[in-house]
Write a protein that binds this ligand. Sequence first.
Ligand code: ZN
Length: 90
Amino acid sequence: MAQHCSLCPVVNKICFWGPRAEKKWKRPGLFVVSILITALGALVFVPNVSDSVATHVLFSFVLSIGVFGIVVSSFGCNACVARTFGEASF
Ligand SMILES: [Zn+2]
């Protein structure tokens, strides 16, 4: 059995697609991808980029996904990392 962490209940709720194979490269992989997603979501703070409600909501959503990924890759167990990575598993 994989060890469980305090993020497991949260990941189990958000990542509805179920467990994925645990791989060593997924933790740094998830971290890098999350940084990129967070950078994209950070456009919400740039004036003139998100001046409509729709884009504001969209970028806020993207930003929260990125931050979530960073948190999981930093503090989550291997099961959480693999599950958050989702369909990119092979
Ligand atoms: Zn976990």
